[in-house]
Design a protein around this ligand. Structure first.
Ligand SMILES: C[S@@+](CC[C@H](N)C(=O)[O-])C[C@H]1O[C@@H](n2cnc3c(N)ncnc32)[C@H](O)[C@@H]1O
Length: 353
């Protein structure tokens, strides 16, 4: 697995979607740093890797690597819903991809569905709902906060989803969902502070046998929502917590004393005796020296840790701790130290027939 072979410096292949003036691209700087940028003729993008001209991006395929004026580079990615959750403007707490994917699956959202949700918030879930219901379905999203609703509408314009979403300003806890949706809706999603107040109007809106989901960070909210759902109008009540374990992938340089001259291998300290080529098989002699997070390469690669586990050997032959050529770096994966913990509980129920 060598990344260089996968890199595409603008080479166009059959079927590629090409970047055009007005397109939204996700500028991938490192795996923890991305920005949403709208490409404009004669536009510029500046970051710590240099100045990039939008004109150089137009006509290149999504996914390509582009170089700036000073030789730094970025990748230009298509704005998928999962990337969008990482770059969108956070006006509120948002749903992330592990909860979103679970919600889409359990709400059985598919093209043609009519889905209602409240509140819209930053539109993170709404974006995924719109992508899943398009082109024949529709998402009706409600938020009582006017500025937030307006900002979300602008985001949907930007992501090209505005014809699949209608954002309306309404107090759903106070007024419920509009009567005109009675028995018309295939799925409802609630992300509200007091979702139990909206449950009677959810019961009216849902078609028979259709699902509802409520997202709440606290167990007390879940308990009250479950109480509200424990009526003859709902069945199949279930609550889940979804936890995601992500892995960091590293190219890890393994220092080896293979090739060290005898003065190094035959010294008398006990550690090197254990590592002597004559007393242990080769893999036992490998020691981790340093690792790099795979988020960019060569000059842009950041060494994430320098936990040199070997003593430095004398500078004869190949010294201990010396890096192997990069073509020999094995790839290793480790769970991320800062894995996301609890986000919330997802409570599902189904409208009784
Ligand atoms: C946590 S945010 C929703 C985030 C959204 N699910 C996302 O993924 O981006 C909660 C939203 O509910 C809205 N809200 C709170 N109470 C409301 C109510 N009574 N009626 C409608 N919206 C409400 C807030 O204005 C806020 O935007």
């Amino acid at each position: 697995m060598r990344r260089k072979k996968n890199d595409r410096d603008g080479e166009v292949r059959k079927g590629d979607k090409l970047i055009q003036d007005g397109d939204l691209v996700i500028v991938y700087e490192t795996y923890k740093q991305m920005k949403a940028v709208t490409v404009t003729k004669n536009g510029e993008f500046q970051n710590r890797y240099g100045l990039f001209m939008h004109n150089d991006w137009i006509g290149k395929p999504f996914g390509c690597k582009v170089t700036g004026k000073k030789g730094g580079f970025v990748h230009l990615l298509a704005p998928s819903p999962q990337l969008w959750t990482l770059v969108l403007t956070h006006r509120t707490q948002i749903l992330y991809i592990m909860d979103i994917s679970f919600v889409l699956a359990y709400l059985e959202v598919r093209p043609g569905c009519v889905v209602m949700e409240s509140g819209t918030g930053s539109g993170s879930l709404t974006t995924a709902l719109a992508r899943a219901t398009a082109p024949t379905g529709h998402v009706y999203s409600f938020d009582f906060h006017e500025q937030r609703a307006e900002a979300a509408r602008k985001d949907f314009e930007r992501t090209g989803l505005s014809s699949f979403v209608t954002v309306t300003v309404r107090d759903i806890q106070g007024e419920g969902f509009p009567e005109e949706f009675a028995n018309e809706v295939d799925a409802v999603f609630l992300d509200l502070p007091q979702p139990w107040l909206a449950i009677p109007s959810v019961a009216k809106s849902l078609r028979a046998d259709s699902p509802v989901c409520s997202f709440s960070p606290c167990m007390e909210q879940v308990q009250r929502t479950c109480e509200a759902l424990t009526t003859k109008e709902f069945r199949d009540l279930r609550t889940f917590e979804v936890l995601l374990r992500t892995y960091e992938v590293h190219e890890e340089c393994l220092g080896t004393d293979l090739g060290l001259d005898d003065s190094v291998n035959n010294d008398n300290d006990s550690e090197s005796a254990v590592r002597s080529p004559r007393s242990s098989p080769p893999h036992k002699r490998l020691c981790s020296v340093e690792s790099k997070v795979i988020d960019s390469e060569e000059d842009q690669t950041q060494v994430s840790s320098k936990d040199n586990l070997m003593e430095k050997g004398p500078k004869k032959g190949r010294s201990r701790g010396e890096q192997l050529p990069s073509s020999l770096y094995p790839i290793v994966a480790r769970p991320e130290a800062e894995a996301k913990g609890h986000t919330g509980y997802l409570t599902f129920a189904r409208r009784a027939v």
